[in-house]
Design a binder for this molecule. Structure first.
Ligand code: SF4
Length: 206
């Protein structure tokens, strides 16, 4: 069984060398902003699960209507894990929180500048993949906010049949690239964007 993640599938659109680096087990770079984002996630997750209220989030309308009894409390939290098989491949991922009673998934997007628009959240392939892999859930709550909580948008977005069909095609296309073993992208898409492998990647344009 070959394991896929959203990052792996995403690399089929951005830089195929990412997948090769992953398969070679190269070390990733650890950016400080990853941890800053993690701290903001933690504050939101504690708030929506009722562990510790945050006044800014309450003022932004995140009240008891947006309750999530299960949130990710550690990296790779098994309570937030989802998994779905696609032939010889298995897709593994994690959500930020979930509430089976109202069939709602939580996704948090922490940003430096502009918070995400509704359109951007609706288009998110990660959201669609979650909808496909977690068919018992009907909608997702997207919370997109800055690290200082000064800007925050929240959207309730239903999972549609089209979302799930889009996700299935995206996954099948990604698997097709791996099966063909042709890890090159055409034209401009072949440009290195200096990802987390940049220090160890032989194709990196540092
Ligand atoms: S460092 Fe550049 S070339 Fe290498 S995997 Fe990342 S984006 Fe691709």
């Amino acid at each position: 069984m070959i394991r896929l993640s959203f990052s792996t599938l995403n690399s089929m659109e951005t830089c195929h060398k990412w997948y090769l680096n992953k398969m070679m087990g190269l070390e990733k770079e650890d950016f400080p902003y990853f941890h800053a984002g993690r701290e903001t996630h933690d504050v939101v997750q504690k708030h929506v699960s009722g562990v510790k209220e945050n006044e800014s989030l309450t003022k932004a309308g995140l009240d008891e209507k947006f309750y999530f009894p299960i949130v990710e409390v550690e990296k790779f939290d098994k309570n937030c894990r989802f998994q779905k098989d696609f032939g010889d491949y298995e897709l593994i991922g994690y959500v930020d929180g979930k509430n089976i009673d109202n069939k709602r998934i939580l996704e948090i997007k922490t940003v430096n500048g502009q918070v995400w628009s509704l359109g951007k959240c609706q288009k998110s392939m990660q959201r669609k993949i979650i909808g496909l892999c977690m068919p018992d859930y009907a909608e997702s709550l997207y919370i997109t906010l800055t690290r200082d909580f000064s800007k925050l948008n929240k959207y309730l977005i239903p999972f549609t049949e089209k979302d799930r069909a889009d996700a299935l095609k995206y996954i099948q296309d990604g698997i097709e690239v791996i099966e063909k073993g042709k890890f090159e992208l055409e034209g401009d898409k072949n440009t290195c964007y200096r990802c987390i492998y940049r220090l160890n990647c032989q194709w990196s344009k540092l």
